[in-house]
Design a protein around this ligand. Structure first.
Ligand code: FDA
Length: 503
């Protein structure tokens, strides 16, 4: 076996021989290594001293560079962590929990072109583009088109579409991954494939099966969706003393059954429930719906703002529609935070008394927040096997437990993490069961991490976390993995294992 530094040198030499310019390859000795490694990082827990770091960062600028990274990595025993926006909750795009693993980051930030064809209602977006850049480009091309994806504008297209991707248009149009028409991917053999050449099984797997497992997706062809030129948004806040528990209890049955042009999500924090809505139409119609379905919330004309869809993306990201649209292009966003999150799917309304007792959790000094995203509408009419994302009909809403903090040190971390875990444990009797499911894009290593069996990831062990994210689709994902990457080159702590051939 080559020594660690010998293998790294051979990897670097191989990249140079393949024509990857040295300025695109940073090693810990390079002056800009730290800046490049850290700038997109959204969770400082995974860059703490002692966390294993990549032997190199390959900032690919063209497909051939990504192909070389895969081929050279395989040849010289250097694994790749593919990174687009760097938002993974568990840092899997830039950190490895296995101190023995020699890995490089394949950074796709340069693949950020967004080309919109408004006449065809389609766009190509590079994996390294942010959602904000996609929204900005679509909004600039047409006021009547949109793309259904998540709320935070700095999230990367690559990871987001790989795991599903939901936001304010999901009740009308489903997930971001439901609206992918084609993709360009570098597979485990370093080949550049599109939908036709990769085949439908692999194309199915990359639209929701979670990042990393099947190759590096360089770009995605998106189906843009029609929206009215004017949409309406509102945010109303109701405190615990203004019957927030009653309202949340009712919301659970109302929100998933609302007309699909309307989404009403809730963020619960401290002693408030904040109801945030977007309606694909004008305020008068929205108020008719609110009066018919949820009069107790007491929404009035004064709460409404009528704006364009692209402006609504600014509204949800920054809680103001008057901020400049160019903020969508700011790739920096909120850094400098430590994060822990977990998620559940709720299938039966959680009783009032549980919400009432939740306030004692939310009022603790170390408390995080709860985010309730209602499903129903289009989400309920897509078959659970259409894409790897299985959480469709029968799920009322996604419940996310989210905490972030700024203080360094284990004491702060333990307090915050145990709040998230404690809140999650409290909710166990009231959420989905057998398995207790979660959303892969809200990555949670508490659900289980991979172990090797020989030189590949154990399928039996991975099933423990895998069926929580993917239910019955997990086995099909593993079958695709066995077909396209039987040696398990693309792997991380929660990558899809190859299905053993005896299965
Ligand atoms: P990152 O680059 O960290 O990648 C995530 C995973 O995908 C890693 O395993 C990585 O290796 C792999 N990967 C990345 N690019 C790849 C590529 N091109 N090909 C193959 N694999 C690739 N979700 C949601 O549905 N709705 C929402 O509103 C939000 N909001 C939100 C806000 C904030 C502040 C955060 C931190 C996260 C969210 N998310 C979310 C979750 C988000 O969708 C999820 O973290 C995505 O995986 C992030 O994608 P990035 O490309 O930024 O991550």
């Amino acid at each position: 076996f080559a020594s660690a530094s010998g293998a790294t040198d051979a990897f670097l030499g191989c990249l140079a021989a393949a024509g990857v310019p040295p300025r695109l390859v940073q090693t810990p000795a390079s002056p800009s290594y730290d800046a490049l490694l850290l700038s997109p990082v959204r969770n400082l827990r995974y860059v703490a001293p002692g966390t294993p770091r990549p032997v190199a960062i390959v900032a690919a600028a063209e497909p051939a560079h990504a192909q070389a990274a895969v081929r050279c990595g395989r040849r010289h025993g250097v694994r790749l962590r593919v990174r687009s926006g760097g938002h993974d909750y568990e840092g899997l795009s830039y950190a490895s929990l296995d101190g023995r693993e020699r890995f490089a980051v394949l950074d796709l930030a340069a693949f950020r072109e967004v080309r919109v064809d408004a006449a065809r209602g389609e766009a190509w977006a590079g994996s390294g583009a942010t959602l904000g850049e996609v929204y900005y480009a679509v909004g600039a091309a047409s006021r009547a088109l949109a793309f259904p994806a998540g709320i935070c504008p700095t999230v990367g297209v690559g990871g987001h579409l790989s795991g599903g991707g939901f936001g304010t248009l999901m009740r009308r149009y489903g997930l971001a991954a439901d609206n992918v028409l084609d993709a360009v991917l570098v597979d485990a053999d370093g080949r550049l494939l599109n939908r036709t050449t990769m085949g439908e099984d692999l194309f199915w797997a990359i639209r929701g099966g979670g990042g990393e497992s099947f190759g590096a997706v360089l770009s995605w062809k998106l189906r843009l969706v029609p929206v009215p030129e004017t949409v309406t948004v509102f945010t109303v806040r109701r405190s615990r003393s203004q019957s927030a528990s009653d309202l949340i209890t009712k919301w659970q049955e109302i929100a998933p059954a609302l007309p699909r042009d309307l989404i009403l999500r809730v963020v619960v924090q401290s002693n408030d429930a904040q109801f945030e809505a977007m309606f694909l139409g004008r305020c008068t119609r929205l108020l008719d719906h609110m009066r018919a379905h949820f009069p107790d919330l007491g929404v009035t004309q004064a709460d409404c703002e009528e704006i364009s869809w692209v402006r609504s993306t600014v509204y949800f990201a920054f809680y103001s529609s008057s901020k400049p649209l160019e903020l969508l292009l700011d790739r920096t966003g909120e850094t400098g935070r430590y994060v822990k999150a977990k998620s559940d799917y709720v299938q039966e309304p959680i009783p009032w008394h549980v919400w009432e007792s939740t306030w004692s959790w939310l009022e603790k000094p170390e408390a995080g927040l709860l985010i309730l995203d209602p499903y129903g509408g289009r989400m309920g009419s897509i078959s659970p096997s259409e894409t790897p994302f299985p959480h469709r009909k029968g799920n009322l809403y996604n419940l996310q437990y989210y905490s972030y903090w700024f203080e360094n040190g284990t004491a702060a971390m333990e307090k915050r993490m145990s709040w998230v875990r404690g809140m999650y444990n409290e909710m166990e009797p009231y959420v989905s069961k057998n398995p207790r499911t979660g959303y892969v894009n809200y990555r949670d290593l508490d659900l289980g991490t991979n172990e090797l069996e020989g030189n590949v990831t154990s399928y039996a062990k991975a099933k423990v976390w895998g069926e929580k994210y993917f239910k019955g689709n997990f086995e099909r994902l593993a079958a695709v993995k066995a077909m396209v990457d039987p040696d398990d080159f693309f792997r991380n702590e929660q990558s899809i294992p190859p299905l053993p051939s005896a299965k």
